[in-house]
Ligand binder design. Structure first.
Ligand code: GCU
Length: 405
């Protein structure tokens, strides 16, 4: 019979380690033509582009373009005396295709008022709107949002603690980039790239995760230009579906200096082949708009994937990456998340970076690793102050705090 921990998870999935099937992971260091990748140059010139293309065409969908030529932004609010003098606050409205009435994203940025130069900065999307991340009455309300929800997600966004530790923090609401609803291909940023007469992505074009990741890169376009932010030390992070998104953003956009996945699970850090907790078929059924349609061919057919999620982590190499899990979050398969981090190791080593350095899952509350880090905390699927402590500890170890690298 199922453990109480498994009973608290969505029904109808496997939560029994002994029922994980045998599987063989594709080797990140063997190219499609069978050549063994022996040098950093071969990785960079041959194998990395190959893997990036596979994830694009078969899973997240192809990202049709980068920064639109007509994209522009306006700093619509700025204060150097925010949060009782603790912070400098800016709110930047990014008009993705330049039009006033086109798709746009409000980026909220806090940097420590006491900072003497540009600071390393966390960038992550939020689930419920910028106004929910902290009870600052100056945060712009999204259309139709409720005043009463100000600061409602504060537990996930300890902005004051982050600032006191010398980091900046930037966030935007993921609905601004693409509303998280099934089959609404007419809204969000998808239409910017449609060809004449097109009204939904082609089978191998981006779904919502691809669009959200693209939005993170557009936020990065702004952060690189802001003099309070150290553009060489932007940390992209995300929780759950937005952790899948931060990994895909970090894989594609090498301007992100460090990548953090929190409880990202299936389609994020967890290995698909384990079929533990959420599976490819389940995620494609419940959230058909997240991935490209081409991903459906792997429903109950994981062994034919030409990659697994350890190769998504490998795309981030040699940049630091931190994978975080929660012990009770079996739906996201903590062990599968750990194993992805571990099996990305050969690529990190080839590029002269440290791998995870351990073979077994660490006990709870113990950060392990080198350039690849892994942490599991007690408790459920969430972002907690403990998670942020680990994010900041890892970022400080890998990128340093106040001084430039
Ligand atoms: C669902 C989904 C997960 C996702 C999570 C979230 O549980 O099945 O894949 O990570 O929502 O985003 O909170």
């Amino acid at each position: 019979s199922a453990s109480p921990r498994a009973e608290a998870q969505p029904a109808g999935a496997n939560y029994d380690e002994s029922k994980v099937p045998d599987y063989t992971l594709p080797d990140p260091l063997v190219a499609e033509d069978g050549t063994r990748v022996m040098s950093p140059e071969q990785w960079r010139d041959v194998r990395r582009p190959e893997i990036l293309r596979l994830f694009s065409e078969l899973m997240y969908g192809k990202t049709p373009g980068g920064r639109p030529e007509r994209m522009r932004w306006e700093v619509v609010d700025s204060s150097d005396d925010a949060l009782d003098g603790l912070a400098t606050r800016k709110q930047i409205r990014i008009f993705f295709d330049g039009r006033d009435d086109g798709p746009r994203m409000d980026l909220l940025l806090y940097t420590p008022a006491a900072a003497e130069g540009p600071v390393p900065t966390f960038l992550g999307l939020n689930f419920r709107g910028n106004h929910t991340v902290f009870p600052d009455p100056a945060i712009l309300l999204p259309d139709g949002a409720d005043e009463a929800d100000r600061g409602e997600r504060r537990g996930r966004w300890p902005i004051d603690v982050i600032l006191r530790n010398g980091f900046g923090v930037a966030t935007a609401w993921y609905f601004d980039i693409d509303p998280d609803v099934k089959d609404q291909w007419s809204d969000g940023v998808h239409p910017i790239f449609y060809a004449e007469g097109q009204d939904r992505p082609l089978p191998d074009e981006w779904g919502a995760i691809g669009a959200w990741a693209w939005g993170l890169s557009r936020a990065m376009d702004y952060l690189e230009a802001d003099e309070d932010v150290d553009g060489s030390r932007v940390i992209v992070l995300g929780h759950s579906r937005l952790g899948k998104t931060s990994l895909w953003a970090g894989a594609q956009d090498e301007r992100f200096a460090l990548v953090i996945s929190n409880d990202s699970g299936c389609g994020g850090a967890a290995l698909s082949r384990r079929r533990f907790g959420e599976t490819v078929e389940r995620i494609n059924t419940t959230f058909p708009h997240w991935f490209s349609d081409s991903f459906n061919q792997f429903n109950a057919n994981e062994d034919s994937l030409p990659f697994d999620q350890h190769m998504l982590i490998a795309l981030i190499a040699p940049r630091p990456v931190l994978v975080c899990s929660a012990e009770e979050d079996l739906w996201a398969d903590p062990r599968g998340e750990f194993l992805s981090a571990k099996h990305a190791g050969p690529v990190y080593r080839l590029l002269g970076a440290d791998d995870l350095g351990v073979d077994e899952m660490p006990p709870v509350n113990t950060l392990v690793g080198g350039t690849i880090g892994y942490h599991i905390r007690p408790g459920a699927h969430d972002v907690t102050l403990r998670d942020w402590d680990v994010f900041m500890e890892f970022a400080t170890l890998r990128l340093g705090r106040a001084a430039r690298r």
